[in-house]
Design a protein around this ligand. Structure first.
Ligand SMILES: *Cc1c(COP(=O)(O)O)cnc(C)c1O
Length: 347
């Protein structure tokens, strides 16, 4: 068994339906830079998926999707409000600040990776003078960095707050499919109907080789976004290969099925791990991540046995990710390994 498989969902391969679509897209010639049928079909499939006439752009990765989307909402003297654990803040090397020419990111706390709404309100209202970077965007992550999911009621409340505070609403949806599969709601309900202006919709972690869709529900905000992508080196000349997996995975339903499977594997893993007395869950398992506290000796023993996973969220905290490719047998095997090592340490 591959001992890297629980490190991240982007350790997975390409799912069959994305691969199949790529093979079909590979027949012969097609127009370049997005002026092709695959890109048109992918945009139309996403419009159907979201039940609205949105503007869609395909870029190579999530950092580009987030930072270019945010830059398109902001001027350099604005600010972006996000959770202190947000990928935008912690894992994008300052790309949002860079592409927006210096827009400041303001951090708010919140339990289970979700922004605390009072803290958002305070961040906006504590200053109204010209010396403070003008709050302009609220950026959320759905599913969150710690594997929780904003409920439809929470999204509606956040949308209303953003509107009241005159903030645009951005959602980092690197795992948006996992959130949808978890909530059993329509994509519209937790996006534009809740007031989301721009969604960065992740494909890579859900079975595509690469590619994220930037979805503008507010078309005015998409103005000149194509230039932004080009200047940032994100306009693929062979765009059909970024677009085709979306066509394939939306058509046969694997986009949601993959996410539902990853979520189910995470729930199974969580169930097994909490059977071990020295392990406890530190965040609700609502998507495809399992965050646990376990003795550091057990973490060391797993690492020594060759298992690769991340512990960047504090000592004694480990993160295990499941993907479309994780099987129940692999979860059972890994759980048995953890159980066995834990019992050695308890002795
Ligand atoms: C993985 C991830 C991204 C995208 O990261 P890239 O490595 O740039 O593709 C964005 N947001 C979140 C929350 C992620 O987990």
């Amino acid at each position: 068994m591959n001992k890297n498989m629980f490190a991240s969902d982007n350790y997975s391969g390409v799912c069959p339906s994305a691969w199949q679509a790529l093979a079909e897209a590979n027949r012969g010639f097609a127009r370049a830079y997005g002026d092709d049928d695959w890109t048109r079909r992918a945009c139309n499939a996403l419009r159907t998926f979201f039940e609205t006439d949105c503007q869609i752009f395909f870029v190579f990765n999530g950092t580009a999707a987030n930072s270019l989307a945010l830059a398109s909402l902001c001027r350099s003297y604005h600010s972006i409000i996000c959770h202190e654990l947000a990928h935008v803040e912690t894992d994008e090397c300052g790309a949002s600040e860079f592409f927006s020419n210096g827009t400041k990111v303001l951090l708010v706390p919140g339990i289970a990776g979700k922004v605390d709404l009072e803290a958002v309100r305070h961040t906006v209202e504590r200053r109204t003078d010209i010396h403070y970077p003008k709050p302009r965007v609220l950026s959320l992550t759905q599913a969150t960095e710690v594997g929780s999911v904003y409920q439809p009621a929470e999204m509606a409340e956040i949308g209303a707050l953003a509107k009241a505070l005159h903030l645009k609403l951005h959602v980092d949806g690197a795992r948006f499919a996992n959130a949808l599969a978890s909530l059993h709601v329509t994509p519209a309900e937790i996006s534009w109907r809740a007031g989301v202006d721009v969604l960065t919709f992740g494909g890579t972690k859900n079975g595509m080789p690469f590619g994220e869709a930037v979805v503008f529900f507010n078309p005015c905000l998409a103005e000149e976004f194509d230039y932004r992508c080009k200047q940032a080196g994100q306009l693929a000349s062979k765009m059909r290969y970024l677009a085709a997996p979306w066509v394939g995975m939306l058509k046969d339903g694997s986009l949601l099925a993959n996410a539902a499977h990853a979520n189910a594997m995470a729930r199974l893993l969580a169930e097994r791990l909490v059977e071990i007395p020295s392990i406890r869950l530190i965040h609700p398992v609502e998507a495809n991540a399992v965050f646990v506290q376990m003795p550091s000796a057990l973490i060391d023993a797993l690492h020594e046995a060759g298992w690769h996973f991340y512990t960047f969220i504090g000592t004694g905290h480990a993160r295990f990710m499941c993907s479309w490719q994780t099987s129940a047998a692999e979860v059972e095997h890994f759980s048995a390994v953890v159980k066995q090592l834990a019992s050695q340490h308890d002795r």
